[in-house]
Write a protein of this length. Structure first.
Length: 130
């Protein structure tokens, strides 16, 4: 006796759809407008925090030369920026005031003494080559 194939439920054969049902209220991670950035330093330079108030954008960008410590600092800085966003701070306040108070061994220290202005593309190139 030959076994007949079982019918497949339509729910199992329809293409899956992924929909975002909730995500945190974050600063934008991209901008084409000019940005201001400050270095993050520990035992070695770890990376940069950049911001653009006009685009409501801010993010941590690790330096390639920072190695593993620079990459490991990323989630910590993302959490700090998320907290600042939830507190209602502008991107510049988040970086220059809120994040500057952090003195973490793993996260490094924000050096706000000499903020620089650039484009995100130029900063990404600097981080990749430094």
């Amino acid at each position: 006796m030959v076994e007949q194939p079982r019918p497949v439920s339509r729910q199992l054969s329809d293409p899956m759809q992924f929909k975002v049902v909730w995500e945190p209220n974050r600063y934008n991670r991209q901008t084409t407008l000019p940005i201001t950035f400050v270095p993050i330093v520990a035992d070695v330079p770890l990376g940069f925090l950049w911001y653009c108030d006009e685009d409501d954008a801010a993010r941590y960008l690790p330096r390639a030369s920072g190695g593993v410590p620079a990459m490991q600092a990323g989630p910590g800085w993302a959490a700090i920026l998320l907290e600042a966003r939830e507190a209602g701070l502008s991107p510049s306040e988040a970086v220059l005031v809120w994040a500057a108070r952090i003195d973490g061994v793993r996260l490094g220290k924000v050096d706000t003494s000499d903020p620089k202005t650039s484009t995100l593309t130029e900063l990404e190139a600097l981080a990749a080559n430094s």
